[in-house]
Each structure stands twice: as structure tokens, then as C-alpha cells.
Design a protein. Structure first.
Length: 456
């Protein structure tokens, strides 16, 4: 039974994927500690700090399947030390060579480097799924590049856009996030094995060589200097995860808004038997979109907790360190759910083109007031035109009349332009600016980053 919502069997699937939970579960964390101990022993055997036979014995027994995690957990409670029981267990398994387990290392060497190994697995999932979401958005941007809809600012109608344009903006964000992931990868996936305060003093002058050999065996990068008191690597990772989550949450919230009954421009995937309400049988709620949007706040809070660990006392303390144990799993697990939800929504999204067009015409031409103002401004000046068009727009709005009719009644306009010209101005398709050029730029960038476009 899961006390934390992440591990709750009934609803945990809405807060994280099984794949990502396994990266951060107890057994995998334990295995990563054994992996680091094994790599340490290997490196020390290579340089002659411990016998090669000891190194091989320790490596041979670094398998979590051979340990009783319940017994180790009980020992943790007894010793009140989170790693010492692991060292004891590995020592016992290694027999006569057990005295060479954890030789010269400190707890944080093992735990921090183990955490980086978990981040390495998480990184692969995040990159893969962020790319998958971007590919789907790329397909939508292409498919709906000419689908007219209302652009809204401050919650009300502003100017015409296309649904493909909206999707291209989100796609461009995700492409930047993929750039960020690529840029930080080497910095984040860097281990640390340097002893108690990072000086390698316990490694008999062979510390840097041992660290290099061990981290290379773990396929991690080697630091220039100990980073036990420098938590910026995890903080940088958390920042990028928060940015990805923020984009996904924004998309979820936007779809939630566009699914309002009175707007009804899109609908998330609906399957037979899906229930929207326990009391109102008709409801087809935006539940997936709500789930997508709702997880951004927990991610942002977890990221803030990670950032607090930037303040470390002296060469090490366990106060901020332990906060990372809470926040890093949550960041990754919540994001994994968002990435999965986003893929499902985008794959099965229903786009209601007719309703988009209907809403675009809802104000009977008022959405093109800017176009009218600039065309009139060519003759009478922009500020004068703004005043004139504003007066006409307010009249049309308050009297609930077609904007075209009110404009045509204005002598200043009727004397200078034909009714056909006004009709042309009030066609949303004629006021999309450089929308297509912008979409093309994003699609070209997407094809560079993502490869071949997804087929819709």
C-alpha cells in the first residue's frame, strides 16, 4: 500500500509512470549504491590500492537480488545511518575480502553518484518522451496550419490566428527544452568519488585516478573538483524539468479552456465507458487535460525544494541533502505522468474546425477592428483612425450589430472605400500576417532537432 500518492495503487498511475517509478524505487536506489561500490573497488584494484581479488569479489556480489532489503531497512533504523547497513551487507557477502568494501570513500560519494546514475536513467526517459510530444505537436502544427481560430488575450477575442500557429508556439518551446536537456547533460551526469571532504586524502595519493576509473566504468563524467557542497548540478536539472512541466501544464490548461461547452473548439480523447461524473451521466469532462495541468504546481514546488539545497553548510550537511531525496523522485515521476498524458491527448485530439470558425465570427467582424484601423489610417492617420474605428466598434458591440454595417454608415469611411474593400478587410483569412512564415521556421527547426515529422 502506498502512503504517498505516487505509490498509491488506485490513483498512482495519474501521478507517474511505472517506468519512472522503477527508476526511483527502493531497490533501484540500493542497486545504484552497489554499482558505485563495485566501480570503486574495481578502480582501487586497478591502481593496486586493494587486492584485485578483493575488487573482483566485491563486484561479484554487487547485485541487489542477493540481499534482504527488509533486513537492511531494519538495520538502518537501528544504526540511524542510511548507508552503513548496505556497506555491512556487501562486506558480509564479500567474505574474506569484505574489509576492502567502501575503502577510502565517504557516504556522500556513494549516495550522490548513485543518484546521478538514477538521473541518467531518468534523463533517457525525459528526453525520449519530450521528443515524442514535440513530434506530435509538429504534426498538429503542419496539419492545422491553415485552420482559422480566434486568438485571445486577457481571456477575450483579439485577432485571428490558426490552430497550427498555436501548436507551433508550443512546439518551439519544447524544442528549446530539448536544447536545454542536451546542454546540461554532461554537467548533470557527473559523479563524485573524492572522500570525506573532497580532498582524496584517504586514497593514498591515487584519488583522482581512482575517481576517473570508477566513473568511467559507470559511464559518468569526471568532475574537476569535488562537488559535494555544490548542488548546482541537481538544481540546473530541476530547473529544466520545471520548464518542461510548465509548458505541458500550459498546454493542458489551454485545452481545458478550449473544451468549455461555450467554446467547444477541441475535445480530448474519449473512449466508450469513460465516466465524467458520478451523478451527471452526460458529462464528458476534460479530465486528462486537468491531470496534465495539475501536475505543474507539484513539480514547481519540488524544484523550489531542490534550489534550497544550493545553500550547503561548510563542506557538507545532511539537511538540504535529504531534501533532494524527496524532490528529485517527485520531479521526475510527476513529469513522466505529464509526458504520457500529453502524448495521449495529442494523439487522439479532436479539433472542431467548424466551431473555431463559428467562434471567430461570433462578434460579427469586430475581431478585425485592427485591420480596419490600419487601412483607414493610410488615409487619415493612425491615431485618427483608431478614434474613429473605436467609436464604430463600441456602437457595434453595444447595439449587437454587424461591424460591417456600422462601418458603412460612417461617412468618413464610406467616402473613401468601397463595400467590397470593407468586406475584404473583415475576412479573417486576410489578416494572418506572417503566420505561415513563422510556422515554417518552427517546422524546419523541428525537423533538424527531431528528424522526420510524425504522420497524422
Amino acid at each position: 500500500m502506498g502512503a504517498h500518492i505516487i505509490d498509491n495503487r488506485m490513483v498512482g498511475g495519474s501521478f507517474g509512470t511505472t517506468e519512472m517509478r522503477q527508476v526511483w524505487d527502493e531497490k533501484n536506489r540500493f542497486q545504484k549504491h552497489l554499482d558505485v561500490e563495485a566501480a570503486l573497488a574495481y578502480a582501487e584494484g586497478e591502481v593496486g590500492l586493494i587486492p584485485e581479488k578483493a575488487a573482483k569479489a566485491i563486484e561479484a556480489h554487487a547485485d541487489a537480488d542477493h540481499y534482504d532489503l527488509d533486513a537492511i531497512a531494519a538495520r538502518v533504523a537501528e544504526l540511524q545511518h542510511t548507508l552503513m547497513p548496505t556497506i555491512e551487507a556487501l562486506q558480509h557477502q564479500s567474505g574474506d575480502y569484505g574489509e576492502f568494501v567502501h575503502y577510502g570513500a565517504t557516504t556522500q560519494d556513494i549516495v550522490d553518484t548513485g543518484t546521478v546514475l538514477q538521473l541518467k536513467e531518468a534523463f533517457t526517459i525525459v528526453e525520449r518522451d519530450t521528443k515524442a510530444v514535440a513530434l506530435l505537436l509538429r504534426g498538429l502544427a503542419e496539419k492545422y496550419r491553415n485552420t482559422l481560430m480566434t486568438g485571445r488575450t486577457h481571456g477575450v477575442q483579439a485577432l485571428p490566428i490558426t490552430f497550427g500557429f498555436k501548436c507551433a508556439i508550443w512546439l518551439d518551446e519544447l524544442l528549446r527544452h530539448l536544447d536545454r536537456l542536451k546542454e546540461i547533460k554532461a554537467r548533470v551526469l557527473t559523479g563524485n568519488i573524492s572522500g570525506a571532504v573532497g580532498t582524496y586524502a584517504s586514497f593514498d595519493g591515487k584519488g583522482p585516478e581512482i575517481e576517473k576509473l570508477a566513473l568511467e566504468k559507470l559511464d559518468l563524467n569526471v568532475p574537476n573538483i569535488c562537488w559535494q557542497s555544490s548542488r548546482d548540478r541537481f538544481s540546473e536539472y530541476a530547473s529544466v524539468i520545471a520548464l518542461i512541466s510548465g509548458t505541458l501544464g500550459k498546454i493542458g490548461n489551454e485545452f481545458y479552456l478550449l473544451m468549455h461547452t461555450e467554446i467547444d473548439e477541441i475535445e480530448e480523447p474519449f473512449t466508450a465507458g469513460k465516466v465524467g461524473s458520478s451523478t451527471m451521466p452526460h458529462k464528458r469532462n476534460p479530465s486528462s487535460c486537468e491531470g496534465l495541468a495539475s501536475l505543474t504546481q507539484p513539480v514547481l514546488h519540488a524544484a523550489a525544494l531542490i534550489h534550497q539545497s544550493l545553500t550547503m553548510e561548510h563542506e557538507r550537511d545532511a539537511m538540504s541533502w535529504r531534501a533532494e531525496w524527496i524532490a528529485l523522485p517527485e520531479l521526475n515521476i510527476y513529469l513522466s505522468a505529464q509526458l504520457q498524458l500529453a502524448q495521449g491527448i495529442l494523439k487522439g485530439l479532436t479539433v472542431r474546425k467548424d466551431n473555431m470558425l463559428k467562434n471567430l465570427k461570433l462578434q460579427h467582424g469586430l475581431i478585425l477592428s485592427e485591420k480596419v484601423m490600419f487601412e483607414l489610417g493610410k488615409e487619415v492617420g493612425k491615431q485618427t483612425a483608431h478614434h474613429l474605428v473605436y467609436t464604430c466598434a463600441m456602437t457595434a458591440f453595444e447595439q449587437e450589430r454587424p461591424f460591417e454595417d456600422v462601418l458603412w454608415e460612417e461617412a468618413e469611411i464610406r467616402s473613401r472605400f468601397s463595400k467590397e474593400e470593407i468586406d475584404h478587410w473583415l475576412d479573417p483569412a486576410h489578416y494572418l500576417g506572417s503566420t505561415q512564415t513563422a510556422i515554417n521556421r518552427v517546422l524546419q527547426r523541428a525537423d533538424t532537432v527531431l528528424g522526420r515529422p510524425v504522420q497524422q
